[in-house]
Write a protein that binds this ligand. Structure first.
Ligand SMILES: O=C(CO)COP(=O)(O)O
Ligand SMILES: O=C[C@H](O)COP(=O)(O)O
Ligand SMILES: [Zn+2]
Ligand SMILES: [Zn+2]
Length: 331
């Protein structure tokens, strides 16, 4: 058993309470490798932003769980070296799908876990989430639950099909499970293809404009659970600059489209206090690497393409912190 407290990490409790009061959201950035982690920590340290390092089951399989834990511990030390005296860093399991996986993370230094029972029948979601909460809270680890189904990855039917969170369920779910935060479905989705072009309109310049998020659902949830921390998954904006660089340097991402940043900024000012971003970092990294490969075909030192990729991600994370989340200067 390794407690996150020994690793210098924090849980989300105080972080979210401050974010709701302050009208900003904490960034939850996924990482799978050293360059992503370095870029996240550098951006957070220089912006003095609280940050959630998010690890998926896929990331654990890719990078090795033990190595990831030491990397997160290293991240705290690195943040201090960068002059961040009291780093506010959470190590969080993204989309935990079983009690055993959540327990394994809690036993190995995670300060926060998500148990995603959103695809289960309601009563099973309640029972599974409650079981994880009961275990986690013994160790002061915070738990994110989920109600409602995001289109795409979480939805086996079709990419357009969302099941928005039912505001009538949230009080019962929060009370019976004891979860510390709740991920809801209001129109975001995972990946780089969040809408089909036919679901969008076009602005004067011909740019695709996706339909707005269901702020009425968010408002109804906030009315039922005043001051309760709400989480948004699937919140990449799919910057068109990156898509263009990728597509003009040998890539193929037709009609990639994300959530407009002004929609997320609006959400961040409400009870939404954690915003999950993964795809945008993947796009930044891919754009930078493709550019080096096309412009410098003789280059074969990975540092010469992963270095620019890391710089691009750092720029992206800082932009998110300042212009979307508003979490700069809050840690
Ligand atoms: O929700 C996410 C991770 O849990 C990431 O969402 P994106 O695919 O929009 O970056
Ligand atoms: O929600 C999904 C995250 O973007 C993680 O994705 P992954 O399962 O491919 O690591
Ligand atoms: Zn989910
Ligand atoms: Zn997610």
């Amino acid at each position: 058993m390794v407690s996150y407290k020994e690793l210098g990490l924090v849980n989300t409790r105080e972080m979210f309470a401050k974010a709701i009061k302050g009208g900003y959201a904490v960034p939850a950035f996924n990482f799978n490798n050293m360059e992503q982690l370095q870029a996240i920590v550098k951006a957070a340290a220089e912006e003095k932003s609280p940050v959630i390092l998010q690890v998926s089951k896929g990331a654990r399989n890719y990078a090795n769980a033990t190595l990831l834990r030491y990397m997160a511990q290293g991240a705290v030390e690195y943040a201090k070296e960068l002059g961040w005296e009291n780093p506010q860093i959470v190590l969080h399991l993204d989309h935990g799908d079983s009690f055993e996986l959540c327990k394994n993370c809690i036993d190995n230094g995670f300060s926060s876990v998500m148990i995603d029972g959103s695809h289960l029948p309601y009563e099973e979601n309640v029972a599974l989430t409650k079981k994880v909460v009961e275990y986690a809270h013994q160790f002061d680890v915070t738990v994110e639950g989920e109600l409602g189904i995001l289109a795409g990855v979480e939805d086996e039917v079709s990419a357009e099909h969302h099941t928005y969170t039912d505001p009538e369920e949230v009080i019962d779910f929060a009370q019976r499970t004891g979860c510390d935060s709740l991920a809801i479905s209001i129109g975001t989705s995972h990946g780089a293809y969040k809408f089909k072009p036919e679901q969008c309109t076009r602005d004067a310049s011909g740019k695709l404009v996706p339909p707005p998020l269901a702020f009425d659902v968010l408002d109804a949830v906030m009315e039922k659970l005043p001051g309760f921390p709400i989480v948004l998954h699937g919140s990449s904006s799919v910057p068109q600059e990156y898509v263009d660089i990728i597509n003009t340097h040998g890539g193929k991402l037709p009609d990639a489209i994300g959530i407009p940043e002004d929609q997320l900024r609006k959400a961040a000012k409400s009870a939404v206090c954690k915003i999950n971003i993964d795809s945008d970092s993947r796009l930044a990294m891919t754009a930078a690497v493709r550019k080096v490969f096309v412009e410098k075909p003789a280059e074969f030192d990975p540092r010469k393409y992963l270095g620019p990729a890391r710089d691009e991600m750092e720029k992206l994370y800082k932009h998110k912190i300042e212009a979307v989340l508003g979490s700069n200067g809050k840690a």
